[in-house]
Design a protein around this ligand. Structure first.
Ligand code: FAD
Length: 500
């Protein structure tokens, strides 16, 4: 086949754009195929808060990534530190030690350097005060391992990356859906793609797959995640339908990771089927560590304060899906209402409010009233009232003696008006995918690299099982995307020399 490009990158989110920039930096001519039209570009990456989980050792490392940090901001912030060992421990613990250790090491050890490299590619970062650090007595303390986010959140990140790609001469085609990989005697030779109804084949010396998981494919969700997943809401893009995984399997790639697992969260119960980048509402419901969550039977079913939100939110969506009717209610009182994220205040929240629990449960309509009243009564009676509440640390203010205790941030729910928010399950991305090595070669079923094929981002399996530490997704996409671009360029340029 005639190689029109050195490298084709399939996908248009964070992993893809970092791959494209890296391949370009290595001297390749690069084409990006993005399935979405320009105004919907950026995949799930555009929907994110832009958080990057990177290793840091305190203020100086943060200042290096955020050069415009002021002395006043530094004075009122405790950035803490997040060592490589902390990061590896977190990845191991939340994935029940199933994570591929080589991929984990690569992600962790390259994290800081990759964020610094992204700066050289034009991405700007800022500390995530508010979401990742609460203001307690005038001082912010970062918890949960995440400090920096791209300026402007996910939209900002994607805009920086596309602007940089365009300035550096990467070609981008929108509205093009890759459908198949062309494999010849010596490896990958190109991509078959659909633009509108028209099919074409584009030749390339190497291909990077970075087109997301299968979370937006109802049929694959039900097939691999199990019954009930057809009903989950998709938090982000509608375009991640598993194409990249299927294309790779078709040319002999090895399936890898937890195909029955996914990242899913408590999400507005009546949210639309897919995310909408321009929506003026928000379906996020991440403040549950400060209240209780009950199901249709009026019972609590998770330890809301088991850990910081970053370490529990990605597994609680599945547990809500498994409840009777696949819904739940989050309950708060006025002692903690000030801690609720702004998402709760926006239009579109399914919310009821009342001055008594009897009225509240009547307004919820679908929760067992007697059991609900009993749940609140026993919860309040079990709270350790002599322990001080502090949202910035695991404060140990729990309950004692309940069949399911709450471990931290357990305030008695007693100051009206009481607020209840209804949630369902929102799926973020799937964990299963294809196998790569640490140089991002896609491996076949005998663990041999498929020549000319690389992958990065959420279609790679082996990183997450059961759970996920918040903001590792963008970081992993950037780390492996950068490597994939560089390695694909190396392969392509060697191939070009050999062919000459
Ligand atoms: C609401 C929300 C908030 C989140 N917040 C964070 C956060 O703050 N920090 C964090 O680390 N993670 C966050 N995540 C997770 C994060 O979005 C993912 O980990 C990350 O964006 C995945 O990047 P990716 O490049 O692999 O995939 P994506 O960004 O989803 O990109 C996939 C791309 O492939 C394209 N595509 C799909 N099929 C084809 C095809 N056949 N041909 C061509 N193109 C195709 C899509 O259009 C898209 O551009 C969040 C996710 C959501 C939904």
């Amino acid at each position: 086949m005639n190689a029109e490009f050195d490298v084709i990158v399939i996908g248009g989110g964070n992993a893809a754009l970092n791959a494209a920039l890296s391949a370009r930096e290595a001297g390749a001519n690069v084409l990006v195929l993005e399935r979405a039209q320009r105004e919907k570009r950026g995949g799930n990456s555009a929907f994110t808060g832009g958080g990057f989980r990177m290793v840091h050792h305190g203020t100086e490392d943060i200042r290096a990534v955020v050069p415009d940090l002021t002395e006043e901001e530094i004075a009122r912030t405790d950035f803490g530190q997040y060592t490589a060992e902390d990061y590896l421990d977190d990845l191991g613990r939340v994935t029940q030690y199933y994570i591929d250790p080589d991929l984990a090491e690569t992600l962790v050890r390259s994290s800081t350097d990759t964020v610094r490299w992204m700066q050289t590619q034009g991405v700007r970062f800022e500390p995530r005060w508010g979401r990742q650090a609460f203001n307690v007595n005038g001082r912010f303390k970062f918890f949960g391992g995440v400090v920096v986010a791209a300026k402007g959140g996910g939209r900002g990140l994607v805009d920086y990356l596309y602007k940089s790609a365009e300035q550096r001469g990467v070609q981008v085609r929108y509205g093009v859906r890759a459908r198949a990989l062309m494999r010849g005697a010596d490896g990958i030779e190109g991509v078959r793609a659909l633009t509108g109804g028209r099919e074409e084949v584009i030749g390339a010396r190497a291909v990077v797959l970075a087109c997301g998981g299968f979370e937006a494919n109802r049929e694959m969700r039900t097939r691999y995640l199990g019954p009930g997943w057809d009903m989950a809401k998709v938090r982000g893009t509608r375009y991640n339908t598993g194409d990249g995984i299927s294309m790779a399997l078709d040319v002999g790639a090895q399936s890898y990771g937890q195909w029955s697992g996914c990242h899913s969260v408590q999400w507005e119960r009546y949210a639309p089927d897919f995310g909408d980048l321009d929506a003026r509402t928000s379906s996020q419901r991440h403040s549950y560590p400060f209240g209780i969550v009950v199901n249709a039977e009026g019972r609590r079913f998770v330890d809301e304060g088991a850990d910081f939100r970053n370490y529990t939110y990605a597994k609680y969506g599945r547990i809500v899906l498994q409840q009777p009717g696949s819904f739940a209610w989050q309950i708060f009182d006025q002692q903690v209402a000030y801690l609720l994220r702004e998402d709760y205040r926006l239009r579109g929240a399914t919310k009821v409010q009342a001055d008594t629990f009897e009225e509240l449960v009547a307004r919820m309509e679908d929760v067992h009233p007697g059991q609900f009243l009993e749940t609140v009564r026993t919860f309040n009676a079990a709270v350790k009232r002599d322990v001080a509440f502090n949202p910035n640390i695991k404060d140990g203010k729990g309950t004692t003696g309940l069949a399911l205790d709450k471990s931290n941030w357990a305030n008695p729910i007693e100051k009206p008006p009481f607020e209840a928010y209804s949630v369902g399950c929102g799926i973020t991305f799937t964990f299963g995918g294809i196998k790569i090595d640490t140089a991002t070669h896609v491996l076949d079923v005998e663990d041999a690299p498929i020549p000319g094929l690389h992958a990065a981002g959420e279609l790679v399996g082996g990183l997450y099982y059961f759970n996920y530490p918040g903001s590792a997704g963008l970081m992993g996409g950037a780390v492996f995307g950068r490597i994939a671009g560089r390695e694909a360029a190396r392969h392509a340029l060697q191939d070009a020399v050999a062919a000459a």
